[in-house]
Design a protein. Structure first.
Length: 455
């Protein structure tokens, strides 16, 4: 049997060895999910909402073990892990309260006297989940999917198998019916077979663009709907009239949340020349002052990267960018000692074609450009193959709207850093994927929009 051993990225110590599922276990999981979904789809919205409300309550009152496991497995600072659990409770409560309204039949004027659009569940959804927000990224998809009447087979990242198991335990303890969340420890090699299985109706993946393309190809070959939430290299544009203190505060949080391992984090900073030096000085001072260390400590802001190979990849990207002509203002290197730590880093004078310009840097590394005017940053921002979100800082809302209209992203956040919210659709364009999670659009991704016409 194939196995995977999880490690604590702060110490390098082995945590637990997990065994990937056999073909028989996969079959049993699909049977359970299919049976559970058949029973769940006929439950009323009120009954489904009661279960999700109980889950929200459980996350709020009994989520400490889930938060601790996230920190232990992937190094997220413990304060952020606790915040992630609270956000999971929020998304469950949001859809428990609003799904019935969102999925209410919609009357349409057409030739027949009665025409309605009904939103019915697709069935069993395969979710391929990443390690960086290992609870939130499951529940931001699963909560609306469950309220729409679907079941979920969860293939989690191997490095966070423990978090997946604790999340599944918490869901079961809260009363989620058996089979509605199948914690399937799938090897990557088994994924195409599972996608092809007739009991899987659709697929969602959060991860790299490489993983997204592979899943989309397999889903397309089997005519299965898929939603892809992939990488990002988000621009953060600072105009000369911006509130500079607020912009710097937001830039620090956005670039270093989850130790910089967030697809929606600001990664490329474009600053108008009139305020460039002031922004850079304040930003660099704050980056250098960030407490880096043991993620179980409440005052630590930057923990380790989730795995040694991710730290090594980030180091190689920074080194290649510097070799191409960039200058390191602070940081720029892995930290000595145990664990997968990388110093908070600021790069300037970024050459075209370098990794910091063209690739996603997943870690606490910020690339800063000086631009004559914010409008000049648009072409640079749009040159990225990614298009997840963007942040624009200006006191002129008319100008902000004009800049936002030209940005090729799934979202633009003015005078705030990019974030996800259960009330707002989330997703990107270009190599950041397609489809939406969250909001009214997110819950409708995994339904059959059925026309009912009566004469």
């Amino acid at each position: 049997m194939s196995t995977y051993t999880t490690h604590n990225p702060a110490t390098g110590a082995a945590l637990r060895t997990w065994t990937y599922w056999t073909a028989d276990q996969i079959e049993a999981g699909l049977v359970a999910a299919s049976a559970a979904q058949a029973a769940w789809r006929v439950r009323s919205m009120a009954e489904r909402a009661t279960v999700l409300t109980r889950l929200a309550d459980a996350l709020e009152t009994d989520g400490d073990a889930l938060a601790a496991e996230m920190t232990r497995e992937m190094g997220k600072p413990i304060a952020e892990s606790r915040a992630e659990v609270r956000k999971c409770a929020w998304v469950c409560r949001h859809y428990a309260e609003h799904a019935a309204r969102i999925l209410e039949p919609v009357p349409v004027a057409a030739a027949a006297p009665v025409n309605e659009l009904h939103f019915t569940p697709l069935g069993v959804i395969l979710s391929i989940m990443p390690w960086n927000f290992p609870a939130w990224q499951v529940l931001r998809f699963a909560a609306p999917a469950w309220m729409a009447g679907n079941a979920v087979v969860m293939k989690h990242a191997p490095s966070t198998f423990g978090t997946a198991a604790e999340l599944a335990r918490l869901c079961a303890a809260a009363g989620l019916p058996d089979g509605l969340l199948v914690d399937a420890r799938l090897d990557v090699a088994d994924v195409p077979t599972v996608i092809a299985d007739r009991r899987i109706a659709a697929v969602t993946v959060t991860g790299s663009d490489r993983a997204g393309k592979a899943v989309a190809a397999a889903a397309g070959a089997n005519l299965k709907k898929c939603v892809l939430e992939l990488g990002g290299s988000d621009p953060f544009i600072v105009c000369a009239d911006a509130d500079l203190d607020a912009a710097v505060d937001a830039a620090i949080v956005s670039r270093t949340l989850n130790s910089g391992q967030s697809c929606i984090a600001a990664k490329r900073f474009f600053v108008e020349a009139n305020v460039y030096e002031a922004f850079l000085a304040r930003f660099t001072e704050r980056m250098q002052a960030l407490p880096v260390g043991d993620p179980t400590q409440d005052d630590v802001k930057v923990g380790p990267l989730a795995r040694p190979d991710l730290r090594d990849l980030l180091a190689a990207q920074v080194q290649a960018t510097v070799a191409a002509g960039a200058r390191v203002v602070c940081g720029g290197n892995p930290l000595d000692g145990p664990g997968s730590f990388f110093a908070p880093t600021v790069l300037v004078d970024i050459p075209d074609g370098s990794p910091a310009a063209d690739e996603e840097l997943f870690g606490p590394v910020a690339a800063v450009w000086k631009v004559a005017r914010a409008e000049d940053a648009i072409d640079l921002a749009n040159a990225s193959r990614f298009g997840l979100s963007a942040s624009v800082w200006t006191a002129d809302h008319h100008r902000a709207r004009a800049l936002a209209a030209r940005l090729e992203t799934g979202g633009v956040f003015v005078n705030q850093f990019s974030y996800s919210d259960p009330r707002l659709p989330f997703g990107g364009v270009k190599d950041s994927g397609y489809g939406r999670e969250l909001g009214d659009f997110g819950i409708r991704e995994f339904v059959n929009v059925k026309t009912l016409s009566i004469r």
